[in-house]
Design a protein around this ligand. Structure first.
Ligand SMILES: *Cc1c(COP(=O)(O)O)cnc(C)c1O
Length: 444
């Protein structure tokens, strides 16, 4: 499962890296016996994890980095660049700019955009909403009731009013409810989630953009989780129609550490209008000395950022360019297909009831029972029994109010129902759906 070839490659490239610096040698005074002893303790500690790297881990939104990302990250740590200023990241800042250019290009932004990597999606959304607040000071930020929980908190941090819009029975923002909210005249920004974290639903971006013509708000697309699905060739025509107009957004967030095969610590914010750069203007007395070119720290809220994250992303994009028809596109298509295959098993089996057809690669379902209380209890039992059987699923508390019509015969005796949830984010998952199904049904 963990291939030692990786370490061999690292060894060779480490020696190549060293050769590039013709400096007098010096000994690293590490106590190697202590290092090995402690690392072996770490290996033992790490046993106390679910096997996130294995296809039988089909629970939360966790995906292992690709070998090339892991190795590029590790290799760059011998330099440990800081992508705040060019002085501290002469090689890795240009790599970040190249990588961000590819992500922007994936959304159809070729020449005009401003963007950079962040510590993650929350930081990236914070920047998007901070800029939104500068453009529409004091006006409301609104997002769907199933949007990521951090939007409300970010709005609080920024001192901006926040509101939610209800969802339809497929977990998507309800456009008529949105319009009623817009008619009140105090909305500055609408957060449109393309791939919600809970259910993978795709908000109806296309009609929301039409409303923008009429009401003049900013559109921020939170595609932290779902962004890479823009490449998939097998989405439903409904989901496709919204990904197809993503280039009309004012800002976009995507998390390479979700679907982009990166180690944690890699989000990305993109703005369509480069003039938002003016909001970032600040005078750092420490940093910007030697280079006239743009320092990424001049367009980022964070100061220090891991150059290693940029190096890893750059390397990954070399192996898996984000182009239609490429390996990354195919991988995203496999994820979606895997979720449809599992959904088919579930919807054809009388013991289960699905929530709705997956728009991306998250499947939600529950064991059939007379009431939502019973459904919830049995979901938790199955979740535990599967884990004992080395199949790792997740649980989701879903609002009963949003349950689709085919759930109507189940007594709604509580406000939330606990369902089973599976994120099939690994490219290999498609080959494991039958095994997942076998293990799932074995515990019934
Ligand atoms: C994961 C996620 C976030 C938060 O991103 P982090 O990288 O966890 O900080 C925001 N929005 C959506 C839709 C997400 O899936």
């Amino acid at each position: 499962m963990f291939n030692p070839t990786e370490v061999e490659i690292l060894k060779k490239c480490l020696s190549k890296l060293e050769k590039g610096f013709s400096l007098p040698g010096f000994e690293n005074p590490a106590d190697w016996a202590a290092v090995e002893n402690i690392l072996s303790q770490v290996a033992e500690k790490m046993h106390n994890n679910y096997p996130y790297f294995h296809p039988l881990y089909a629970g939360q939104m966790l995906k292992p980095p690709s070998p090339v990302a892991r190795l590029a990250y590790a290799l760059s740590l011998y330099i440990n660049p800081n992508n705040h200023a060019l002085d501290g990241s002469k090689a890795s800042s240009p790599m970040e700019k190249e990588a961000v250019m590819q992500l922007a290009g994936m959304f159809g932004w070729k020449d005009q955009y401003l963007g950079h990597l962040t510590g993650g999606g929350t930081m990236a959304n914070l920047e998007a909403l901070w800029v939104a607040g500068k453009i529409h000071p004091g006006k409301k930020i609104i997002a769907s009731e199933l949007s990521h929980y951090t939007h409300q908190r970010i709005s609080e941090v920024l001192g901006l009013p926040f509101g939610t819009v209800i969802c339809d029975n497929s977990g998507r923002m309800e456009v008529t409810a949105l319009e009623a909210e817009l008619a009140k005249g105090d909305v500055g920004t609408v957060v449109v989630t393309l791939g919600t974290t809970g259910t993978g639903s795709v908000d109806p971006l296309a009609p929301i953009l039409k409303l923008r013509n009429r009401y003049g708000f900013r559109v921020h697309v939170d595609a932290a989780y779902g962004g890479y699905f823009v490449l998939a060739s097998n989405l439903s025509s409904e989901a496709r129609s919204h990904f197809d107009v993503i280039d009309q957004a004012d800002s976009i967030v995507i998390d390479p550490h979700k679907h982009g095969l990166q180690p944690y610590g890699c989000g990305c914010i993109l703005f369509k209008d480069t003039r938002v750069g003016r909001f970032y203007k600040h005078d750092s007395p420490y940093t910007y000395f030697t280079e006239a070119e743009l320092h990424l720290g001049e367009i980022s809220l964070e100061c220090s950022r891991a150059g290693a994250a940029a190096v890893a992303l750059w390397a990954t994009l070399k192996q898996f360019p984000v182009e239609k028809g490429g390996a990354m596109a195919e991988g995203m298509g496999r994820c979606h297909q895997a979720s449809k295959n599992l959904y088919r098993h579930i919807s054809q089996d009388d013991r289960f009831i699905p929530l709705f057809e997956p728009a991306t690669d998250i499947v939600i379902w529950a064991p059939k029972a007379g009431s939502l209380s019973e459904v919830s209890e049995r979901s938790q039992d199955i979740f535990r029994a599967c884990a004992e059987n080395d199949l790792h699923l997740a649980l989701l508390n879903y609002p009963s109010r949003l349950l689709p019509a085919h759930w109507q015969h189940i007594e709604k005796d509580r406000e939330y129902v606990t369902c089973l949830r599976s994120c099939l984010m690994k490219w290999e998952h498609i080959d494991w759906v039958d095994e997942i199904w076998t293990r799932l049904t074995a515990v019934l």
